[in-house]
Design a protein around this ligand. Structure first.
Ligand SMILES: NC(=O)c1ccc[n+]([C@@H]2O[C@H](COP(=O)([O-])OP(=O)(O)OC[C@H]3O[C@@H](n4cnc5c(N)ncnc54)[C@H](OP(=O)(O)O)[C@@H]3O)[C@@H](O)[C@H]2O)c1
Length: 241
């Protein structure tokens, strides 16, 4: 028996990076895990690696009905949902002179709206069952004032505030709500900037790896009794801001 035996979990953005590592960590801790992202072949491969305790749902979370589809599918496949990790996200950064306005709405849709929609629907579901855990992935960028990060960091700051208010609204319901804010972690999230000829942020300092963040998310999910590890900021050791 491990801490999460008998629990069910959904991890969005499980096809790479932090989400993939988190899905593995939750499964190793005993949870049954539903893997969600768009690249189905990757989800199938990860589910096969994890084994019987994993299933997958290929879904574009930027669609308006995605959170409801995710909840309906989870109830059908898992019964009820104990843990939701809203991890899916993209990074688009640029100075005011160069930001491509076509990237604005997709960034809002996945980094903010999708996480909020899922948080609201799953919070209601969990509250009705009297227990649950929602973890929203923020960023240390939510509290930085650095050129090029206004839109991404601003959306993470908005998600932070929304998430903390949700924690307050869930107080006493049995539903824990928390924020995990990673620092620089080497993943595919930096591929977009690299494809545009820019240095990836994970090239400036020795970055963390996805397992470093997955450990923090697992720690949050393993809280018991009256404890809620509601905010965790995980910095790389060389991060100097
Ligand atoms: N890496 C860092 O340094 C860092 C730092 C701070 C915060 N974060 C946050 O950590 C989270 C995970 O990022 P990561 O670094 O692990 O990035 P990643 O390796 O690029 O993973 C992002 C995941 O999001 C999924 N995704 C993106 N758009 C989606 C959509 N429309 N519908 C469904 N899934 C979608 C991707 O899957 P598909 O493409 O298959 O859909 C992928 O699985 C993000 O919220 C990010 O903002 C990362």
């Amino acid at each position: 028996m491990t801490n999460l035996s008998g629990k069910t979990a959904i991890v969005t953005g499980a096809s790479s990076g932090i989400g993939e590592a988190t899905a593995r960590a939750l499964a190793q801790a005993g949870a049954r895990v539903m893997l969600v992202a768009r690249r189905e072949e990757r989800l199938i491969a990860l589910a096969a690696e994890i084994g019987d305790s994993a299933c997958h749902l290929a879904l574009d979370l930027s669609q308006e009905d995605a959170a409801q589809v995710m909840l309906d599918t989870a109830i059908a496949q898992l019964g009820k949902v104990d843990i939701l990790i809203n991890n899916a996200g993209i990074l688009r950064t640029s100075h005011v002179d160069a930001f491509d306005l076509a990237e604005l709405e997709p960034l809002i849709a996945i980094n903010y709206t999708a996480a909020v929609r899922a948080s609201l629907l799953f919070a209601r579901h969990m509250k009705a069952h009297g227990s649950g855990q929602i973890v929203n992935l923020s960023s240390i960028g939510a509290s930085l004032t650095a050129a090029g990060t206004g839109i991404y960091g601003g959306l993470k700051a908005a998600l932070d505030r929304f998430t903390d208010v949700l924690r307050v609204e869930m107080a006493g319901s049995g539903v824990r709500v928390g924020i995990v804010a990673p620092g620089t972690t080497t993943t595919e999230i930096f591929e977009d900037m690299k494809s545009k000829g820019l240095p990836g942020w994970d090239e400036y300092i020795p970055p963390m790896v996805p397992d470093d963040i997955a450990r923090a998310i697992l720690f949050m999910c393993e809280q018991t009794g009256n404890a809620n590890a509601a905010r965790m900021h995980i910095y790389a050791t060389s991060e100097a801001f």
